[in-house]
Design a protein around this ligand. Structure first.
Ligand code: SAH
Length: 561
């Protein structure tokens, strides 16, 4: 919940605007001091419409801990600045300041050093990967070194998809301070150091009916301790399906704050567990539960089965899953690049795509991001490069124009990718949508897309589909209508469509939609001059219902009336 408190009439007007616009915002009326105190206890973020001086005085007595206090944003009476006052990272005030600024047309004012310098903040490094910070880490000292440009060493046994890091962060085998250490092992690093616990360990658990949570947790603790592993890196318990309702096991998972993954006995029976047991096999149908459950999670075994009176545990380490972002960049105009695409690009350590697309978004990449631009035609090579980076535990973005899933890089990449990488596909605005918007509303009823490129599809197949489209009376967007080497396909397509559609059928021809050189023309199937199309053109052919109204191409929504 976001609490809104205003001290003046101007402030109240803006606060009311936010309260109406944001479902998660609530106005706190009454005297400002009293309102701030009430909101403090109930809200994760506060927006105070008053001078920073007044805000500081009201908030000061309430501050206790930057990890728990709500983030506070302060908006001046003229509504020009949204100042992130305190709780910038942990309290979310920096993000809230940007959100307020966006909604009020103000400028966000953010003064935390890491943000101002574009350096990743240590308290959120790896947060989206599930990293947890070890207690007692020297966040302030290492953060100061990072912002001050000192060399900070990053020691990690394995590579994680952290995104591009500042140049002064140097990967190293030597734990020299100031240090960032990523490890699931017990550690006593030289200081100052920030220790991150990645979610890399799973514990397999077997138990007899009625085994208590305390017994399971005790056994697990001693197994981790014995192997010098950090309980903070534990990210799941795993067991056999038959234990679905087992109280002690459920309680143990809950108290650790991790999910319980259950596998059918047959699946566990197939795992090559090192310490099988006949008795267990007779009881639950698999010779191993704890060890086999670890292996079934895809982990490698670090701690073989240990037992207490009523329970067994084994511990394993999961492989790192790198990230592959597949990002559609839209037709060209940066305004049509969604925030999720920007976020993915800023998290990529390697960006792969054609130069014409990568060139558009270079300025959105963080310093340190590498770029690869293999030439046109090498789709598989491009997909392979990006995948290689993700498989090595890095993060890569594969970019396409328009939508990456429409005649783009998503399918060649996903044909190659397995479960070893995490994939995020960010949708983009495809050429048909962009052209449709410029033409009017030609896609208002049933429609489809065809590519006229016969490089990867035999022309007979394309021709058959064109006839089917004509027969089905669909609006069709023709991608790849023509290129330097392919001259006749669009004319042939026009003739095929004319067999079933009248010459006056409206046709929209859009070249370079939403980018330099944009040209929009309305014509008809009878007078379409196919020689004028090129590889930057998309041709939208109407159905029997499509009309031109006031110079706009419109396909009515329905057939009724
Ligand atoms: N993934 C892209 C399509 C790639 S196929 C998308 O979703 O848009 C390439 C074809 O798309 C081009 O030959 C052209 O027909 C069409 N195209 C892509 N961008 C375009 C634009 N800005 N204006 C017009 N046509 C475009």
């Amino acid at each position: 919940m976001i609490g809104l408190v205003a001290a003046t009439e101007n402030g109240r007007r803006r606060a009311r605007h936010l309260a109406r616009a944001w479902p998660d915002a609530r106005l706190y009326g009454g005297r400002p001091g009293e309102a701030v105190r009430r909101a403090w206890g109930e809200c994760g973020g506060l927006v105070l419409f008053m001078a920073t001086g007044a805000a500081v005085r009201l908030v000061a007595p309430l501050l206790s801990d930057k990890r728990r206090d709500p983030g506070v944003v302060c908006v001046d009476d003229a509504g020009r600045h949204a100042v992130s006052l305190c709780g910038g990272h942990g309290g979310g005030a920096n993000a809230l300041a940007r959100r307020v600024a966006g909604a009020l047309g103000a400028g966000p004012v953010i003064t935390t050093a890491s943000e101002a310098l574009g350096v990743p903040a240590l308290d959120s490094l790896g947060a989206e990967l599930g990293f947890r910070i070890e207690e007692g880490s020297d966040l302030a000292a290492v953060g100061a070194a990072l912002v001050g440009g000192e060399t900070v060493r990053l020691v990690s046994e394995r590579r994680w998809p952290l995104g591009p890091l500042p140049e002064n962060v140097v990967r190293s085998g030597e734990p020299e301070p100031p240090l960032i250490l990523i490890s699931d092992r017990a550690a006593d690093p030289p200081r100052p150091a920030v220790v991150y616990r990645p979610p890399s360990l799973v514990a397999g658990v077997g138990c007899s009916r009625g085994a208590g949570a305390e017994e399971i947790l005790g056994l697990l603790r001693s197994a981790l301790q014995g192997a010098r592993l950090s309980p903070k890196s534990l990210c799941a318990l795993a067991s056999v399906e038959a234990k679905r309702g087992e109280r002690g096991l459920l309680e143990a998972a809950e108290s650790l704050g991790v999910p319980l993954r259950l596998f059918p006995a047959q699946r566990l029976a197939r795992q090559p567990a090192p310490n099988p047991s006949r008795a267990v096999e007779r009881a639950v149908g698999t010779p191993s539960v704890a060890e086999a459950a670890v292996l079934a999670c895809g982990a490698t075994l670090l701690v073989e089965k240990r037992r207490s009176k009523n329970a067994t545990v084994a511990v394993g380490r999961l492989p790192v899953r790198g990230r592959l972002y597949i990002v559609g960049l839209g037709p060209g105009d940066e305004g049509l690049l969604p925030p999720l695409a920007r976020r993915a690009l800023s998290r990529a350590e390697l960006v792969v795509g054609l130069e014409r697309y990568v060139g558009r978004i270079r300025h959105l990449l963080r310093p340190g991001t590498r770029v690869a631009t293999p030439p046109l035609g090498e789709e598989v090579e491009r997909a392979r490069l990006a995948l290689e980076e993700a498989r090595a535990g890095g993060s890569a973005a594969l970019v396409s124009g328009g939508d990456a899933g429409v005649y783009g890089m998503a399918s060649p990449a996903l044909e190659l990718a397995g479960e070893e990488v995490e994939v995020e596909v960010v949708p983009g605005i495809t050429a048909a949508q962009a052209a449709s918007a410029l033409l009017g509303a030609p896609l208002g009823h049933d429609h489809c897309a065809l590519s006229l490129s016969d490089l990867l599809t035999p022309w007979e197949v394309i021709e058959r589909r064109l006839r089917a489209v004509a027969e089905a009376d669909l609006v069709v967007s023709l991608y790849n209508p023509r290129s330097g080497g392919r001259g006749w396909q669009l004319e042939r397509a026009r003739r095929i469509l004319l067999e079933r559609r009248p010459p006056e059928t409206p046709v929209g021809v859009v070249r370079n939609a939403f980018r330099e050189g944009q040209r929009v023309a309305l014509t008809s199937l009878g007078s379409l001059r196919t020689g004028e199309a090129d590889m930057n053109t998309i041709v939208v052919v109407g159905s029997s219902r499509t009309r031109v109204r006031a110079g706009r191409m419109v396909t009515p929504r329905g057939y009724a009336g």
